[in-house]
Design a protein around this ligand. Structure first.
Ligand SMILES: [Fe+2]
Length: 194
């Protein structure tokens, strides 16, 4: 995907170079979050055409850039109306997320207790993010759901991760306040726009 061409890619790469040159990961995340907001608001970056096509049956994950040196991964996600994630973690990797189009609902969960492969969470109030809003996932505060609650419009979000995430832990409700911990393979959708 590194030869994938799109207008404004140079600005994205400049941001990654700046952020990944920081020695402190909190600083890296802060620079990425500020830069993500700037990139969205400046409207100087145009995501590849394919990103605007939802995929039936699951939200689309398209890796539009992978840094060969740092491993940092840039993934555009496309959410058809009603599509979303289960509660999941990010395998201990930091991440920065920004809303590119539409609105995204994010619900954060705090881990309260875990035993025998089961966990309990404190659920925070869902937050709506509109275009240009951005947030960070910094472990251990990494449990959340994302979904597109709009009944008609698709939503697009841009995600920058410390590394490619091939799988993550997911948590399914057992109905008694506990959640069963499982794992999920995270597949990438193709980025060819033909
Ligand atoms: Fe996530």
């Amino acid at each position: 995907m590194n030869d994938l061409d799109f207008t404004g890619k140079d600005k994205l790469l400049a941001l990654l170079r700046d952020a990944c040159g920081r020695t402190d990961s909190d600083e890296t995340v802060r620079v990425l979050r500020d830069g993500m907001i700037r990139l969205i608001n400046e409207k100087a970056l145009f995501l590849p055409e394919c990103v605007f096509e939802p995929v039936e049956g699951h939200y689309a994950r398209r890796e539009i850039y992978k840094c060969p040196d740092s491993g940092v991964s840039v993934v555009a996600m496309t959410w058809a109306p009603g599509q979303g994630t289960p509660i999941h973690d990010h395998c201990g990797l930091w991440g920065v997320e920004g809303v590119w189009q539409g609105e995204i609902e994010i619900t954060q969960y705090e881990l309260l207790e875990q035993k025998d492969g089961k966990v309990r969470f404190l659920r925070h109030e869902p937050m709506m993010g509109g275009v240009g809003s951005s947030g960070c996932i910094i472990p251990p505060h990494e449990y959340h759901t994302i979904r597109n609650p709009d009944p008609k419009r698709i939503a697009i979000s841009l995600h920058i991760y410390k590394d490619s995430m091939g799988e993550c832990a997911i948590y399914e409700p057992l109905g008694d306040g506990w959640y069963a911990k499982g794992s999920k393979q995270l597949c990438l959708d193709p980025v060819d726009c033909d």
